[in-house]
Design a protein around this ligand. Sequence first.
Ligand SMILES: Cc1ncc(COP(=O)(O)O)c(C=O)c1O
Length: 377
Amino acid sequence: MNVRLFAPHLGDDELNEIKDSFKKSWVGLGEKVAIFERDFCEYLDCKSSIAVNSATAALHLSLSVFRFPRGKKVLVPDITFASTAFAPIYNGLEPVFVDVNRDDVSISVADLEKKWDKDCAAVLPVHYGGQPAHMDEITEFAKIKNLKVIEDCAHTIGAEYKGKKLGLWGDIGCFSFEEKKAMTTGDGGMICSDDASLISSLRSKRWLGIDRDTWKRMNHNTEDDSKHWYYDINDLGFKYNMNDLSASIGIVQLRKLDEMNRIRSGIISKYIDGMKLLNHIKPILPYEPFKYSYWLFGARCEKRDELIRFMKKNGIATGVHYVPLNIVNYFKQWYSKCETAEEIWKSFVTLPLHVQLTDDEISFVLEKLYEFERTHF
Ligand SMILES: Cc1ncc(COP(=O)(O)O)c(C=O)c1O
């Protein structure tokens, strides 16, 4: 058996929507992007959404809105993907690595308080694997210290935490539609906020700072307007826009998202039930699969590397999410001690989770976990 770690869930509906873009002969930044943004706003129940070509771009642009002076600091959790820490660096700011909680791997509020100093301007909590960061405590701390909050929602779309949608707790929420994520557009991202004026400048910034994109120029000019080609540039811009092909996929994926989240929750429940009698291999997170929307399922095991080799031999793909950033070569220059992160990641192993995972595959993974425990402990 060959069990995949992640897999996008795509079908004819996405293809038909793409075909529609082909027929219209418009595949760049256009109508589909606007429709996807509108639908995403409706789904999240927020005032404004701006579609970009990755969550990395979303995080970069979101931080730029505040125009923090160079050299200011941004607090980021130590266990996350590189993009979370690159966002401050792209903006001339310094990342400050904050430890994570031992149980839920989210940014530790206690360490946030310790690492904070008067140069800190923002905090970027991550909902690791879909497990919500403690947004109530984080936003309260941020308010006291006058920090802006950008939520990195790359691992979850659609869940609520304490009655409020994730992505809307902070000033801005950033989502990822990269191939492996909860829903995909191939690559893509979304910037969301309830404060539309805060992020309105990003609409042009994602397209080189040009104040009227080609779609708008096509559609808002009268016959006697000889200046249909005219635009101005008022800000430093980037080529970060989503295109209509990606948005075509996104429009359909968003309609399927709740169902895909429900299926992933069902799989996680089966894993958790199945793992109950294991003593040395435990779920990586305190999963509440029907309360939150998880994207990652993993386990903790002291003999992690041996387990990875054993699973590989049996055709089961695994991963490790993530090496703590403070010990990654490039980020070492911003090293600050994160004791828990530096310890717990060594036991992390990511296991297969995707919508198409079959019951047979789940049983096979569980069977191999039990076999490993029997033969290695
Ligand atoms: C926590 C986190 N933030 C940001 C990103 C960046 O997402 P994208 O690949 O859409 O740029 C990822 C991607 O894996 C991620 O895991």
